[in-house]
Design a protein. Structure first.
Length: 113
């Protein structure tokens, strides 16, 4: 193994070992028995979260393409669509994406970029 590769490997291991719960703020443990309340979604992890985000976006796209008209149950459909899109933005785990970019940067061969 080249010295440069060994150095990258050591940097990556150091980065991974330095991670803790604060580096992953989007996923919070669900403590139902303690009586805590959360407005978040229960998810199995980041992959499941990405599927939830994708499905919400798909529903919004369908709603935007449809003829929207108000009903008794949905008096302001445009407002509801905008609100859901705002929730989707809140669900995107931006902090974790920065960590993934750092790990990716340390693991790929920079000469290939």
């Amino acid at each position: 193994m080249k010295k440069e590769d060994q150095s990258k490997r050591k940097e990556l291991i150091k980065l991974i070992n330095s991670l803790n719960d604060k580096d992953f703020p989007s996923l919070k443990p669900y403590h139902f028995p303690q009586g805590n309340y959360t407005i978040g979604l229960i998810t199995k992890g980041y992959l499941d979260t990405s599927y939830i985000i994708a499905n919400l976006l798909k529903v919004c796209l369908l709603a935007l393409e449809a003829d929207t008209y108000s009903t008794r149950l949905i008096p302001e459909p445009e407002h509801n669509i905008k609100e859901v899109l705002g929730y989707i933005l809140d669900l995107i785990p931006h902090d974790e994406m920065e960590i993934l970019d750092s790990i990716r940067y340390l693991t790929i061969d920079q000469e290939k970029i």
